[in-house]
Design a protein around this ligand. Structure first.
Ligand code: SAH
Length: 222
């Protein structure tokens, strides 16, 4: 058991499964070994906290499947000096994984549109000692302009098209990982990168995914 976070054998199992599923980055795997997933899962779903699939966290929202959280994190290739923005805090599990990859001196910003979820995630993350996270309740499709630009932006809910504000807030060399698609059965996980020299944006499709819709904002689904 990790004395600081309370991660236990369940996390070891999770890491072995992620390796089988193709996750390679040792720093990402180490982060999964340290974050106790059960703390982020509400009481009702506790029995299933080790299941390898999305779980219900209430308010029609889900905690993402560990493999997807890992693949998105890996795609960001965090070195530890990035300014990071997360859109869709949800349970806070992905936030904790990101926090593990950055030094305590780096602030991670995370936005959530459902206040109850934001409050709960904030409480759990504070209890586990993740003190370098700043929370905002509101529409993350608008980004968080006051702290922009970001070297890494991770979006955990799918808009029909990429919100322009998020691309505008991407630093030179910055990466944006985001599910995009008109409906839950027709989404792709996209990785955007701003060229450090020319500032041009390029886009790659990583895989097909199934996320809850990004709500609010002009480009979100309602
Ligand atoms: N990575 C999270 C997944 C959360 S699901 C986890 O592992 O728990 C996606 C979250 O995005 C939901 O909590 C939903 O309420 C939130 N969301 C949807 N639209 C949003 C928006 N426009 N701004 C901020 N959060 C949003």
């Amino acid at each position: 058991m990790d004395p600081r976070t309370g991660a236990n054998g369940a996390e070891g199992l999770l890491v072995r499964r992620l390796i089988e599923q193709g996750i390679r980055d040792p720093r990402v795997l180490a982060a999964f070994a340290r974050v106790p997933r059960r703390f982020f899962v509400p009481e009702e779903a506790q029995g299933e906290s080790e299941a390898d699939r999305p779980l219900d966290i209430g308010h029609g929202q889900t905690i993402s499947q560990p493999f997807i959280v890992a693949a998105m994190t890996e795609a960001l290739q965090l070195q530890g000096r990035e300014r990071v923005l997360e859109v869709g805090t949800g349970s806070g599990y992905q936030t904790a994984i990101l926090a593990e990859l950055l030094p305590l001196s780096t602030t991670i910003r995370t936005a959530e549109i459902v206040p109850e979820l934001a409050w709960r995630a904030q409480r759990v993350l504070r209890e586990l000692g993740y003190d370098n996270v700043e929370f905002r309740i509101g529409d993350g499709a608008l980004g968080w302009p006051e702290a922009a630009p970001y070297e890494a932006i991770l979006v955990a809910a799918a808009p029909a098209v990429v919100p322009p504000a998020l691309l505008e807030q991407l630093a030179p060399g910055g990466r944006l990982v985001i599910p995009v698609g008109p409906s839950s059965d027709n989404q792709e996980l996209q990785l955007w990168r701003r060229d450090p020299e020319t500032g041009a944006l390029n886009r790659r499709v990583l895989m097909h995914v199934r996320f809850v819709p990004l709500t609010g904002g002009p480009t979100g689904l309602h």
